[in-house]
Design a protein around this ligand. Structure first.
Ligand SMILES: *[C@@H]1O[C@H](CO)[C@@H](O)[C@H](O)[C@H]1NC(C)=O
Length: 233
């Protein structure tokens, strides 16, 4: 008498398990099919390492509504890789230059510029936060030949500068994709006076050579022709 409800209960349980198990099986297959698709949307974050006032990619990831992908970074326990110096635009008339750079693939806390001329010790610019990719140098001398470098720093240290204060600005330290570059300020722009002096000098040189040709060379080059003419006759 007691056994039959027990048996019934067991039957009901088994039945319900079977019923549950049946819809589970196709679901399992669907899940397997779904895993073929990437679980994360493979959309790169709107991050440009060369863009001025670029928010760090990790912060874009945190702030964004949808997840996006960031470029890989070196370990925060290591000093950053050197940034890459970009365009250096010189405004010679105002003795200033605007320097652009691109962030390294490393966590960066701040940047600064180093500037030196010849064998002088490098001058260090003010610290710039991690979003900055552009800075201005002022007080450049006309005709000056400088070396400018971008340094990136984080908690672990600062990026390397090849040949800091180096005596050899022509050396291999200034590679095309490195943190440093040469900055040559043109001499004072040609004013009208300079242009006039230049044109005057050119005219004087021209008239001198005309006179030299007239009095010296023409005789020498002219005479053999006459001699030759005489010889033929
Ligand atoms: C970083 O510096 C720039 C330029 O000085 C400034 O506009 C920006 O607000 C600073 N950003 C932060 C997060 O401090």
């Amino acid at each position: 008498m007691l056994g039959s409800p027990c048996l019934l209960g067991l039957l009901a349980l088994t039945f319900s398990l079977v019923l549950k198990a049946q819809p589970l099986a196709p679901q399992g297959f669907e899940e397997e099919e779904e895993t073929v698709w990437p679980p994360l949307p493979a959309v790169p974050c709107d991050y440009d390492r060369c863009r001025h006032l670029q928010v760090p990619c990790r912060e874009l990831q945190k702030a964004g509504p949808a997840s996006c992908l960031c470029p890989g970074l070196s370990s925060p326990a290591q000093p950053p890789d050197p940034p890459r110096l970009g365009e250096v635009r010189i405004v010679a008339e105002e003795g200033r230059a605007v320097v652009h750079w691109c962030a390294p693939s490393s966590p960066v806390h701040d940047y600064w510029l180093l500037l030196w001329e010849g064998k002088e010790p490098p001058q260090k610019g003010p610290p710039l936060n991690a979003t900055v990719r552009r800075a201005e140098l002022t007080g450049l001398k006309p005709g000056g030949a400088y070396v400018v470098c971008v340094v990136a720093a984080n908690e672990a240290g600062e990026s390397l500068v090849p040949e800091e204060g180096g005596e050899d600005p022509e050396g291999a330290g200034l590679s095309a994709f490195g943190p440093c570059g040469r900055l040559t300020v043109p001499p004072r722009p040609l004013t009208l006076v300079y242009a006039a002096v230049g044109v005057g000098t050119a005219l004087a040189v021209l008239s001198c050579s005309a006179l030299v040709w007239h009095f010296c060379l023409r005789d020498r080059w002219g005479c053999p022709r006459r001699h030759r003419a005489a010889g033929v006759l």
